[in-house]
Design a protein around this ligand. Structure first.
Ligand SMILES: NC(=O)c1ccc[n+]([C@@H]2O[C@H](COP(=O)([O-])OP(=O)(O)OC[C@H]3O[C@@H](n4cnc5c(N)ncnc54)[C@H](OP(=O)(O)O)[C@@H]3O)[C@@H](O)[C@H]2O)c1
Length: 334
């Protein structure tokens, strides 16, 4: 049987998604966004990747987060997105907010990594082709480059906007001091930094501790969280061992060494609180981040429509009591 042409849910903006303003900008982002780091590459099942993207859009997730090297192989998540554009999303381009990035290892030789103008410009050019897009909504410097003058990286971002290849720019994983240079430089060149992308979750408080969360707000930028579930640790995935189809078993960035005995005890204890609250640990972990108005959106990863469906329930989460928050802090500080 021929699969029918995708037609998005007519009620996609009325079935529970909430939108938050991104810093001092005209942009609203869904509280939950979808990331293409894993499960959208050419090693993955295309129909599953497409089903997840369709399900997301049908439920008001209009922000998809990509990067040049997402896959594996490098570039293949953008190619999958390019197929989605061609087959499904072209008529809805203006409803979508698409980001890509450059900053990590992408192609061999001296020009395929870090933060030079040469790399950022060439990489975005390639990304647009792979994604079947004329422009991205948001382009990031994926990481701080200690060797390239910051002004070179930042001027490349300004020029990318001037060229119409991105509507907004952002920074990801920049340390606080360099981030301030970025906020100031970009504002002075009339291309204010839209957003900072950083890792933040119950197990990783670095943005709070280093002050980049507060700094984004003070500079009128939004803050978008990556790996809000600590790559799956903050879910029920590993409660009873390491499932064969899990991220740890696949042997990527999440190593089995991350699942220490102490970590497992923390996960179990947090899971108990979640059960008491009548929700899954994943829902609770997302709700914990979203309780904070410093955060504009969380970018979740997902390996199935089922996970997406479950995680969207975080949007209806009950508020946390002071006792619950205290208990959670205690567990995370063990
Ligand atoms: N800027 C950066 O440097 C940077 C770095 C990392 C990520 N990111 C962005 O952030 C996005 C999200 O990162 P992430 O994938 O690490 O996010 P995450 O949401 O912390 O982890 C996602 C993984 O958790 C598991 N999971 C999700 N929901 C679940 C549920 N309900 N029950 C059980 N397991 C569940 C799945 O793993 P299984 O495969 O085991 O099912 C899923 O692939 C990326 O796609 C990317 O766009 C950016």
């Amino acid at each position: 049987m021929i699969k029918p042409i995708y037609s998005p849910a007519p009620d996609r903006y009325e079935n529970g998604m909430k939108y938050r303003r991104c810093g001092k900008s005209g942009i609203l982002l869904p509280e939950i966004s979808l990331g293409f780091w894993h499960n959208f590459g050419d090693v993955d099942t295309l129909s599953n990747s497409m089903d997840m993207a369709h399900y997301a859009f049908d439920h008001g997730i209009c922000h998809f987060d990509l990067a040049n090297n997402y896959g594996p192989s490098y570039g293949s998540a953008e190619e999958t997105f390019g197929l989605l554009m061609k087959k499904s999303f072209m008529p809805y381009r203006d409803e979508l907010f698409i980001s890509s990035k450059a900053g990590y290892d992408m192609w061999p030789g001296p020009y395929g990594n870090w933060g030079s103008r040469k790399y950022l410009m060439a990489s975005l050019h390639q990304s647009l082709k792979r994604m079947n897009l004329e422009y991205v909504d948001l382009f990031y410097s994926h990481r701080y480059d200690p060797e390239t003058p910051l002004e070179e990286t930042l001027q490349a971002l300004v020029d990318i906007v001037r060229q119409g290849k991105a509507l907004y720019v952002g920074i990801s994983r920049w340390p606080k001091e360099a981030a301030q240079v970025a906020y100031d430089y970009l504002a002075a060149h009339d291309v204010p930094c839209l957003i900072y992308q950083g890792c933040y979750n119950l197990f990783n408080r670095e943005p709070e501790e280093m002050g980049v969360l507060k700094q984004a707000k003070e500079n009128g930028a939004g803050f978008i969280v990556f790996s809000p579930l600590a790559q799956g640790l903050l879910t029920d995935r590993y409660l009873n061992g390491i499932p064969e189809d899990s991220r740890i078993a696949h042997g990527g960035h999440l190593k089995k060494e991350a699942l220490t005995e102490k970590r497992l005890q923390q996960i179990k204890a947090l899971n108990e609180i979640a059960l008491r609250r009548g929700q899954t640990l994943a829902e609770m972990a997302l709700a914990w981040i979203l309780k904070d108005d410093y955060v504009t959106s969380v970018i979740i990863g997902s390996s199935s429509v089922n996970q997406l469906e479950k995680n969207l329930k975080a949007l209806d989460s009950a508020p946390f009591s002071a006792e619950e928050l205290e208990e959670m802090e205690g567990i995370c500080n063990i």
